[in-house]
Design a protein around this ligand. Sequence first.
Ligand code: FES
Length: 171
Amino acid sequence: MEQEQHLQLDTPSQPRRRTLLNRIWALIALLAFVELGWLSSSLLRARKSRYDRRQGSRYVDAGRVESFKAGDVKAIPEALLFLACLEDNRFIALSRTCTHLGCALSWDTAEDKFVCPCHGSTFDRAGVVLTSPALRPLDFYPVRIEDGQIRIDVSNSQRRESFDASQTTTV
Ligand code: FES
């Protein structure tokens, strides 16, 4: 009799517990679905912007010639590169990616060189190695100057083994 009463007390709570568990599982599944959708759309957007950069707007405007003086180095963060104005007023656009293992470089104005935070490689204003372990110069991008406007072809990164003037552009 006592056991029967106990069973009668437990029986109504089991379906309620099952219903609660089902709701929790449904909520978890819904959250996972929403997160998956958000992740997919983020990946598609990133892929589209890379595609647009290649196909549509290949050139990035880097400013006007008269806004630079010899020795200036300007970061172009949207294109992950630097534009340097060399001592002879020639321009060169440099990748900010270290040629050792690919870390992002920064320009040290006081030391007048690019510095890699990972293993200490340094590069001069033209992207030439000053300090190893990097062994080759920074990749560069073609620069065009049209009516005083400096434009960089970001779709066309070029690997090189040494520096020469043909990698630079002048007015
Ligand atoms: S990644 Fe730049 S020195 Fe190693």
